[in-house]
Write a protein that binds this ligand. Structure first.
Ligand code: C2E
Ligand code: CA
Ligand code: CA
Length: 734
């Protein structure tokens, strides 16, 4: 091989080698760049993976926030607290359900956007101030009154979620009802535990969930024993199942029940309680509860029974009282009213002389008589008739099932006979009373109790006026009489209260035989209403006696007499005769009373000559004699009035400490006309003389009468012939 070839070959080879080298170099470079790229892809991938994971994480976070927001929204919407968002002007931007509920309930809620439009005027001003305060300071709270007058508390809060904002959260709630207000809650709990009423709360299945302290006190069941039980543990067995069914029916329809109920204690004791149950809805949990409060009324019941008895029965005689009478008659009338053919009789009974015995022998004696009288009345009527005591000695008998008025008369007679029997009570003296009965009939004398009563009463007065111990049936002429009596009775009462205005005493002279100058004057009462005519004593003395007014009237009379004597200066040698009613002797202090009146008027008690009639009952005669004796000891004289009309026996006359009798006017009047009378008067005169008594004749109207009396030994004369009763001023002029 040539060098040249060699050289040439070498050159080629060299070139090729260089090229190869270059190529290899390039390849290496490519490889490294590939590696680099691969690395880059790897990193990129890694980055991508990271990014992806990061994004997934964000997604979850977003979901969380989304849920949270929803929950918050629900919380906002369903919160029992009323919450709203308002702007700086008070405009409502958002409001939850509770907030809307409050606002909707208000009268002016239509289309109003500003919260202040739901507040009353004063609240508006204060709220706006608080609003400004909250905007500046972040929060504020206060109270407002809604347009429906409800008082509300509120909180204003500026939320921190925006740096600059003019929105405020407003929450409002009813004052005092917020149990989270721990002070009120504590107070309520304290009250519930301390009240005297038992308190029990059950759930909708009637299981006891709460009892207070008083519950345990009353029922004997402790808190632990009661909880979880049914209220049936308290059932007494005294009420049927329908009672409880009705109770729960009412409770669920009306929402409450109240009434009296018998319950049983743990000890088995049965007791009455007053129970109130209210069905309540707990708005927070939407659960129904029954709240029962009750009190033990055992003592009240006993008291009530006593009261009922007191209210309807007379405690002394055990007869029904006036209230029962009213009920009885009302029932009777409503039952028979449609059929006016059936009648019933109304008997008004008044015991005669009862007041006198009561006053003389004391109330316990009087009470014993009333008890006996009640028994006799009940024994005189049929068991289905009705008897009541309506006051003092007044009784009413109602007779039904009567076929004619004759039946009624028979019963009235039976009653009179029975009550006329002597009453033997505590003291040894048997008491003789009597009864006056007035009768009225339904329907002819009245269609209601008032009329029947009034008319029976008028008839009873007539019976008394006709001599007592008898009955009278109402007729219309009695009504006028009754009215007149009422008028007179009032005048008597006025006279007692204001004697100077209403009492005008008249004085009638009394002469000794053969003298022209009076030795005495008899005082005779007249009463008058301003400007009206004088009323004579015949019309009202008995009325005053029957109505227990005579004692007071007698003193008023004596006061007037003493006044007249003092003021007129009538010569002191003229004695004054004063009439006393026998009823006045029932007053133990009569003598003391009279003496003190005389003394304080500066009139000598010895000037008086007291006139008494002999019509007094046997019982009070003893007392009367006793007082009369004392009067004589005091220097006053006594005169037996109306002599001949009463039943004064000779022996009684002997016992009376009197030395003068006055022959009654009724005898003198008949002296000229009747043949019998002069003989009778002569007998009276002889009798009086034989006892050594002086004699006055009253009612002397004619010369002939006077002459006859003079001839037959009468000592003193009184009558129109010699002088009429005249006022004291006229006496002084004569
Ligand atoms: P009395 O005690 O029998 O009084 C006599 C009555 O006869 C008086 O009636 C008198 O005015 C009247 N009289 C007197 N003389 C004659 C006459 O010649 N002819 C007629 N026709 N009447 C004559 P008076 O004043 O109406 O009194 C009636 C009765 O009222 C009295 O009857 C007496 O029982 C009673 N009385 C009068 N004043 C009082 C008094 O002050 N107290 C009491 N307790 N009773 C009195
Ligand atoms: Ca007289
Ligand atoms: Ca007389």
């Amino acid at each position: 091989m040539s060098n040249s070839t060699q050289t040439l070959l070498t050159q080629v080879e060299e070139t090729q080698l260089q090229e190869l080298q270059l190529y290899q170099q390039h390849n290496r470079e490519l490889l490294s760049s590939l590696e680099k790229t691969q690395m880059e892809v790897f990193f990129l991938n890694q980055q991508l993976a990271e990014l992806e994971s990061e994004s997934m994480h964000h997604d979850a976070e977003f979901q969380d926030i989304y849920h949270e927001l929803n929950a918050l929204q629900a919380l906002f919407d369903e919160s029992p607290n009323a919450i709203g968002i308002i702007n700086e002007h008070g405009k409502i931007l958002k409001a939850n359900q509770a907030f809307k509920t409050i606002i909707k309930a208000l009268p002016n809620s239509n289309g109003q956007l500003f919260v202040t439009s739901f507040f009353d005027k004063r609240s508006k001003l204060s709220f706006n101030k608080h609003l400004q305060h909250a905007l500046e300071m972040g929060h504020s709270s206060g109270e407002v009154t809604l347009t429906n007058h409800e008082l509300m508390g509120y909180n204003l809060i500026k939320p921190a979620y925006k740096e600059v904002n003019t929105e405020l959260m407003l929450s409002i709630n009813r004052m005092g009802l917020d149990s989270s207000d721990s002070f009120l809650y504590r107070l309520a709990k304290l009250a519930v535990e301390q009240i005297k009423e038992g308190l029990m709360i059950t759930d909708r299945d009637y299981k006891i969930v709460y009892v207070n302290h008083s519950f345990s006190e009353i029922t004997g069941f402790s808190y632990q024993e009661a909880i979880g039980q049914s209220p049936k543990i308290l059932q007494s067995g005294r009420h049927g199942s329908s009672f409880y069914e009705n109770m729960y029916d009412e409770l669920n329809s009306k929402g409450w029940w109240s009434g009296e109920i018998w319950n049983k204690r743990k000890s088995g004791d049965i007791y009455p309680e007053y129970l109130q149950i209210t069905r309540t809805l707990d708005e927070t949990t939407n659960n129904v509860f029954y709240v029962s409060s009750f009190s033990d009324i055992t003592s009240r019941k006993v008291y009530q029974q006593r009261l009922d008895r007191l209210a309807f029965f007379d405690s002394l005689t055990n007869l029904p009282n006036r209230l029962s009478l009213e009920n009885h008659v009302e029932n009777l009338i409503s039952r028979i009213y449609p059929d006016l053919h059936s009648i019933f009789a109304f008997l008004f009974l008044d015991l005669d002389k009862f007041k006198a015995i009561n006053d003389t022998f004391g109330h316990s004696e009087g009470d014993a008589i009333l008890v006996q009288a009640a028994q006799r009345i009940v024994a005189s009527i049929r068991s289905d008739d009705f008897a009541a005591r309506i006051g003092g000695d007044e009784f009413v008998v109602v007779l039904t099932r009567i076929t004619s008025k004759k039946d009624v008369i028979q019963v009235a007679e039976k009653l009179i006979k029975s009550l006329n029997e002597p009453f033997n009570v505590k003291t040894s003296v048997p008491h003789h009373l009597g009864t006056s009965i007035g009768i009225s009939f339904f329907p002819e004398d009245g269609l209601n109790l008032d009329d029947l009563m009034r008319r029976a009463d008028a008839a009873m007065y007539k019976a008394k006026a006709d001599g007592r111990n008898c009955y009278r049936v109402f007729d219309h002429s009695l009504e006028k009489m009754a009215e007149e009596e009422i008028r007179l009775l009032n005048l008597v009462k006025q006279s007692i209260r204001q004697p100077k205005q209403h009492i005008k005493m008249h004085y009638q002279p009394i002469f000794r035989q053969g003298s022209n100058r009076p030795v005495a004057f008899e005082s005779l009462i007249r009463i008058q209403n301003s400007g009206e005519e004088h009323v004579r004593p015949d019309r009202f003395i008995k009325l005053a006696e029957d109505n227990s007014l005579i004692s007071d009237l007698g003193l008023a009379i004596f006061e007037q007499v003493c006044c007249d004597l003092k003021q007129s200066g009538l010569p002191t040698d003229l004695s004054i005769e004063v009439n006393l009613s026998p009823m006045q002797f029932l007053n133990d202090g009569l003598l003391e009373d009279l003496k003190s009146v005389a003394t304080h008027n500066g009139v000598d008690f010895k000037r008086f000559n007291f006139e008494v009639t002999e019509t007094a009952t046997i019982e009070n005669l003893a007392i009367m004699i006793d007082i009369l004796q004392q009067m004589r000891t005091e220097g006053a004289d006594l005169l037996l009035d109306d002599f001949g009309t009463g039943y004064a026996s000779l022996s009684m006359l002997k016992n009376l400490p009197t030395n003068i009798i006055k022959i009654d006017r009724s005898f003198i009047m008949d002296l000229d006309s009747s043949e019998q009378t002069p003989k009778l008067v002569l007998a009276l005169i002889t009798m009086a003389k034989s006892l050594g008594l002086k004699i006055v004749a009253e009612g002397v109207e004619t010369e002939a009468q006077k002459q006859w009396l003079e001839e037959n030994g009468v000592d003193y004369f009184q009558g129109y012939l010699l002088g009429k009763p005249i006022p004291i001023e006229e006496v002084m002029h004569e």
